[in-house]
Design a protein around this ligand. Structure first.
Ligand code: NAD
Length: 481
């Protein structure tokens, strides 16, 4: 395989890889070059129905499988993931754009997610409740919820999909998953990994198509029992409403707008170095990206200078080029969105410290951009920008910054830099988020829970909470005759 070879894409239904026929096909485009690199088959309605029926049939036996059997398959998935990581990562860079080293990191880290679920699925325990009569036994059983439907996005195509697959499959559920049509190779590779690891037909099914049509069909089907979605707040609310109308369980991992709070007593240089590199990850297209920078006034200029010097000089280019530190945005609509955010901020009095304009030439490139003295009502401070924009503002004291940081409906994650235990404890207690980082970045590990509050979602993935959304509680009260 040459460096730019891109394998074929398939639907995966009832253990078969399917393409062609009279199905609609969609072009797959390399965001670094704008060139067409492949073609993705969309599921017909009868494909979606076959996937649901296959998942329903498979559930009858998979729900009875021993946790040990599920665990062995997940371990094998982890092994195969590591073996195939170089090839999976290269295709991920080709259709998503992130630098190859980041793509490799994403894939290799996911082997740990598979291993974690392999371990934890053997510890899905019920409990015994002491009875009120001696001949009665009371038990709480935890059973798989049934056929799940899941929708995963394009920013971390391998990571987002494998976590949902492992959680559903490890719990004893079966799954129909729609991956991201813009960047499909990672999910096609995952279907192949589970298939080759020995997963029985129908336990996992992968489909593609028009997102709104596919999600409506899968969620409203009487076969599906649970909906899991990662993506924007707006779409998450639509899907949650649809799931609610049909009384289906949900896990929602939605957008964030992470406040970064740098206090005067922090190690400002270390904070600037860490934040500048983390901000560039995946060109800022991650829901936990630092995206609103609140800097205490005494260190504002110093932090701005240090951060901009590093962030503004990162090398932007094709993710396959060796020295690239930040790739293109995943598709053209993100570049247009960056233009709109910057223009709005400038109209409201902000200034550009670096970047600020899309890069000329082919590909969807927007440079690392720092905006300074951005007012709180600028769109970039209010909406999730999901790109390489770093808007800065000053604050005076902790009460003020907490009030401003908590003012938005988002509640995914936040970052605080301080050398005071009193200050960090206050922020940890009062910041309205599902995950807090103090003086470093420590989230997204397999063994730790990932999830938000407020508009950022419902439920957690990872950690020992990972199966909660995929299990139902059944109470048994049994009297001996
Ligand atoms: P979008 O809101 O149109 O789509 C977001 C994701 O949801 C995509 O993967 C898309 O295929 C899917 N989607 C859209 N409509 C759907 C539907 N009716 N049913 C099922 N899936 C549907 O926006 P976009 O331009 O693709 O992405 C930009 C925004 O999405 C960002 O601003 C960000 O807020 C959000 N996003 C969040 C995450 C995350 O990790 N939470 C990931 C990707 C995108």
């Amino acid at each position: 395989m040459t460096d730019t070879a891109y394998g074929p894409s398939y639907l995966y239904i009832d253990g078969e890889f399917i393409t062609g026929g009279d199905r609609r096909h969609q072009d797959i485009v390399n965001p670094a070059t704008g060139q067409r690199i492949g073609s993705l088959p969309h599921a017909r309605i009868d494909d979606l129905d076959r996937a649901l029926q296959a998942a329903q049939r498979a559930f009858a036996t998979w729900r009875q499988s021993s946790p040990l059997e599920r665990s062995k398959i997940l371990r094998r998935v982890a092994e195969l993931t590591r073996e195939r990581a170089p090839q999976i990562a290269r295709e991920l860079t080709l259709d998503q754009g992130k630098p190859l080293a980041e793509a490799l990191l994403e894939v290799n880290t996911c082997a740990e997610h598979a291993e974690w679920h392999a371990e934890e699925c053997r510890r899905i325990y019920g409990r015994v409740i002491p009875p009120r009569q001696p001949h009665v036994r009371q038990m709480v059983l935890r059973e798989p919820v049934g056929v799940c439907v899941a929708f995963t996005p394009w920013n971390f195509p391998f990571n987002q999909a494998i976590r949902k697959m492992c959680a559903a499959i490890g719990a004893g559920c079966t799954l129909v998953l729609k991956g991201p049509e813009d960047s499909p190779s990672a999910v096609v590779a995952l279907a192949r990994l589970f298939h080759d690891a020995g997963l029985p037909p129908g336990v996992l099914n992968v489909v593609w198509g028009d997102p709104a049509q596919v999600s409506h069909h899968l969620i409203t089907s009487p076969i599906s029992r649970k909906v899991s979605f990662t993506g924007s707040v707006a779409v998450g609310k639509q899907l949650a409403a649809l799931a609610g109308a049909h009384m289906k369980r949900i896990t929602m991992e939605l957008g964030g707008h992470a406040p970064v709070i740098v206090f005067e007593d922090a190690d400002v240089e270390a904070a600037a170095q860490l934040l500048a590199r983390f901000k560039a990850r995946n060109a800022g297209q991650l829901c936990i990206a630092p995206s609103r920078f609140y800097i205490q006034e005494g260190v504002y200029e110093q932090f701005l200078e240090l951060f901009t010097a590093i962030y503004g000089s990162l090398k932007v280019g094709d993710g396959l080029a060796e020295n690239t530190q930040m790739g293109p945005l995943a598709h053209a609509r993100r570049v247009d969105a960056m233009d709109d955010f910057v223009n709005d901020a400038l109209e409201r009095g902000a200034r550009v410290a670096c970047g600020g304009q899309r890069l000329p030439g082919t590909g969807h490139f927007f440079p690392p951009t720092v905006l300074t003295d951005v007012p709180d009502d600028a769109r970039v401070m209010v909406e999730e920008s999901f790109g390489p924009l770093a808007p800065f503002t000053r604050f005076r004291d902790i009460d003020e910054v907490l009030r401003r940081a908590n003012a938005l409906p988002f509640g995914l994650t936040g970052f605080v830099f301080t050398n005071s235990i009193k200050t960090s404890t206050r922020v940890v207690n009062d910041l309205e988020v599902g995950m807090v980082n103090v003086n470093h970045f420590g989230i997204t590990l397999a063994e730790t829970p990932f999830g938000g509050v407020k508009d950022s979602g419902i439920g957690s993935e990872g950690g020992s909470e990972t199966f909660d959304g995929y299990l139902i509680t059944k109470f048994v009260s049994q009297a001996s005759p």
